[in-house]
Design a binder for this molecule. Structure first.
Ligand SMILES: Cc1ncc(COP(=O)(O)O)c(C=O)c1O
Length: 398
């Protein structure tokens, strides 16, 4: 994009909506969701029915979601955070047990491990995909490792098949191969080798929080698994236990009714995200020295986030200056998702060993995400790209 063209776009195409950070609303609702809420409220609004969880609407949502992502069992929950807790509870961690978690991550997975008394063993991520690096996972596995806990980072699938192979080659002496648990909070619909995330892992957890690829009125999530026994165990954990400990992690039926409609539209919304990303890749082609998102051939990116990198020489100060210009001069705030997550949570910082993660530390200073959303128009996309070119030129010239 040449200088004249980008100045013209910036002068004439400022978006009406401020596409900031990870936009607060990730998916959008149409008349069908409004109608689903009304119908479910009317159905439940009787003394002999009530707004309980797990009526036939919830069951239908679970069954259809499992089928869509290729898992055998699905359980609605009130958020991915609860779902990640449930997954770690199902591991039955013993004192001293270790779980490998990528450092470039949201905080929830590591908190779930510490919450169950496990030891978090951080690993590095691949610097182009931001996914847990299989070679580093293998280097950090021990005979105390009970699980490998990758996040499907920023909309793309992590190489689960590689982790499963590593796990099989390093069985725990008592519990066998470490389990592979997926955090797909940001990657609903992403695919690895033509299979959706959720079909690969022992347990995989999705978020339907307001910012995510599909949503259930602000909060919500889904836990999927391939194992009947684990599904049964987690159902108990979700609903006040029984022969195992449990509490209340349930999603309401009204949310499930909305989720069912969103599930019918998720493929369209993902195609919209991908179209915005494809158009943006074209608009930003040649934006030296920024690296645009890298997608391995066997991955189908859902583009929850559009994650870029500045060169090493720009790490820290110059990256931050770039984001400052984007925010202050062009009204396009970008998000850093994520620096090593022990920096954003004191509990993780105090209770884990993060002394040997040079690659993650550097990446945390280099990455940034440009706002993306299924409803970004071509005109708004052009504005965002013109702003980024302009900001990059200003950082270059000091
Ligand atoms: C990677 C990741 N895991 C877990 C969560 C937690 O999801 P929830 O808000 O549904 O509990 C988030 C939320 O942003 C996330 O990004």
């Amino acid at each position: 994009m040449d200088a004249d063209r980008r100045r013209e776009i910036i002068a004439t195409q400022k978006p009406d909506i401020q596409w900031a950070n990870e936009p607060r609303m990730g998916s959008y609702y149409g008349p069908e969701e409004f109608e689903a809420v009304r119908a479910e409220m009317e159905r439940c609004n009787r003394p002999d029915v009530g707004f309980d969880a797990h009526n036939e609407v919830s069951h239908e949502f679970e069954d259809k979601f499992a089928e869509w992502c290729g898992a055998r069992y699905a359980l609605t929950v009130n958020g991915a955070g609860s779902g990640l807790d449930m997954a770690v509870m199902a591991l039955d961690l013993q004192p001293g047990d270790e779980v490998i978690v990528p450092a470039i991550n949201f905080k929830a997975a590591a908190l779930a491990v510490l919450g169950q008394g496990g030891k978090v063993v951080w690993c590095e991520v691949d610097e182009r995909t931001f996914q847990a690096d299989p070679a580093d996972v293998e280097a950090r596995i021990t005979d105390r490792t009970r699980a490998i806990f990758p996040v499907h980072m920023n909309g793309m699938a992590a190489p689960i098949d590689a982790y499963v192979e590593i796990a099989e080659n390093h069985p725990h002496p008592r519990f066998g191969p470490p389990k592979v648990i997926g955090d797909a909070a940001r990657s609903c619909g992403a695919r690895l080798k033509d299979r959706r995330v959720g079909s690969w892992e022992w347990i995989c957890v999705f978020s339907f929080h307001t910012m995510k690829n599909m949503t259930t009125l602000g909060e919500g999530g889904m836990v999927v698994t391939q194992e009947a026994g684990d599904a049964e165990r987690m159902r108990k954990i979700r609903g006040f236990g029984g022969d195992v400990w449990g509490t209340n992690y349930k999603m309401t039926n009204v949310q499930a009714a909305v989720g069912l409609v969103q599930l019918g539209r998720i493929d369209t919304m993902l195609d919209q995200r991908r179209a915005v990303a494809a158009e943006r890749n074209g608009l930003l082609a040649g934006i030296d020295p920024i690296e645009l998102p890298y997608v391995p051939e066997d991955c189908w990116h859902s583009y929850y986030l559009y994650t870029c990198l500045v060169p090493e020489e720009w790490a820290g100060e110059k990256r931050d200056r770039l984001l400052q210009i984007m925010r202050e001069e062009f009204d396009v705030p970008c998000v850093v998702a994520n620096p090593p997550c022990y920096h954003s949570n004191q509990f993780l910082f105090n209770n884990t060993d993060h002394s040997d993660l040079p690659r993650s530390e550097l990446l945390g200073q280099r990455l940034f995400c440009v706002p993306i959303h299924p409803q970004i128009s071509s005109s708004d996309n052009e504005y965002i790209c013109a702003a980024l070119w302009e900001a990059v030129e200003r950082v270059k010239t000091g």
